[in-house]
Design a protein around this ligand. Structure first.
Ligand SMILES: Cc1cc2nc3c(=O)[nH]c(=O)nc-3n(C[C@H](O)[C@H](O)[C@H](O)COP(=O)(O)OP(=O)(O)OC[C@H]3O[C@@H](n4cnc5c(N)ncnc54)[C@H](O)[C@@H]3O)c2cc1C
Length: 305
């Protein structure tokens, strides 16, 4: 391989860029600060037929223990800025969603309060169609700039193929910027809503643990009888279940915790056991919500993503 562009590092450990803290290194890794630099790197990678992966805040990500071939990108500097423009907020794909919510609240802008508890980036939230407490990303998202090796294209929500925890953003496409159209409201009220949301979250979910949040999607299967993935796992006896260094949280069974020395293989084995128990007990096949980077082998038959 010819010499990579300046700023591209080899064998870069990725575990610390994820909230579960497992997995190996990226063959090539770069932090990208501007749209121009991003387009150049994508074109460089395409010319060399390198696969391109993106890490946002790594809050829904399992990295392969064997590492990731090709180029892994993380957006920062200009591509993680948050800017106010009247009732709009424009944010880089690398901006943190809770920071966008907090900035909106300070400016007396309502509509993106639900982002306060989603520890992801704007790009990751768009890719995953993240939401919470009935908040809808699509209802406040005005457009996103999606960068590819061929250049950057502006897409509106109708072009983003949003479905439950899914979008049409394809592998190799990078959400570089987004614009949110918000509405004026009383700043004190928005701040109070954020406080309530934080308190509700603290009560329902474990905090201060290494996790990627919800492991499986909530099933749309009549046999689940309206139960969430977490309730099914709990009822199938998975709360506190441990494989190697990974366990299902006893407070919220759909959260996997890295108890200190977990590998991605431990997490996958734990997920397989949880899924097996739920299938055996309720006939429901859980589908992973967590995304993977590199060769993470989910057992055959998992639809996953
Ligand atoms: C404690 C906790 C609570 C959570 N609560 C919620 C919740 O309430 N609601 C919810 O929806 N989710 C929740 N999550 C999951 C997670 O925060 C969201 O899915 C979030 O949107 C992921 O964003 P990220 O930047 O961390 O993405 P990552 O985990 O880094 O990546 C996820 C996927 O998005 C891709 N990606 C990341 N950035 C970009 C980009 N710029 N362009 C293109 N693709 C990109 C990655 O390649 C990967 O495929 C929670 C997670 C944790 C740890």
């Amino acid at each position: 391989m010819s010499l990579p562009p300046r700023g591209v590092q080899r064998d870069y450990p990725l575990a610390r860029l994820t909230t579960i803290r497992t997995g190996g290194a990226a063959e090539l890794f770069a932090r990208v600060g501007t749209l121009e630099e991003l387009e150049q790197l994508l074109a460089w990678a395409q010319a060399r037929r390198l696969e391109v992966g993106v890490v946002g805040s790594g809050s829904n990500l399992l990295v392969a223990d064997a590492g990731v071939r090709g180029l892994v990108l993380k957006l920062d500097q200009e591509l993680s800025k948050i800017e106010l423009d009247g009732t709009r907020i424009r944010a880089g794909g690398g901006a943190r969603l809770p920071a966008v919510s907090a900035r909106a609240a300070r400016a007396g802008l309502s509509g993106i309060e639900f982002g306060v508890n989603i520890p992801g980036s704007v790009g990751g939230a768009v890719r995953m169609n993240a939401n919470a407490y009935g908040g809808e990303l699509a209802s406040v998202l005005e457009w996103v700039d999606v960068a590819t090796a061929a250049g950057t294209e502006r897409r509106v929500p109708e072009q983003l193929g949003f479905a439950y925890r899914r979008s049409g953003i394809a592998a190799g496409e990078v959400v570089a910027r987004a614009s949110f159209a918000l509405r004026r409201a009383v700043a004190g009220q928005i701040t109070a809503t954020l406080g309530e949301m934080r308190a509700r979250r603290k009560q329902a979910q474990p905090s201060g643990i290494k996790t990627f949040g919800s492991t499986f999607k909530n099933p749309q299967d009549a046999r689940a009888e309206g139960r969430t993935a977490g309730q099914l796992l709990q009822d199938a006896g998975c709360g506190g279940l441990r494989v190697g260094g990974a366990s299902f949280s006893s407070k919220h069974a759909n959260f996997v915790e890295n108890c200190g020395d977990a590998t991605t293989a431990d997490v996958v084995a734990l997920m397989a056991e949880g899924r097996r128990r739920v299938k055996e007990r309720f006939g429901v096949e859980l589908e992973p919500e967590v995304q993977v980077l590199g060769p993470v082998e989910f057992p055959a038959g998992w639809s996953g993503s």
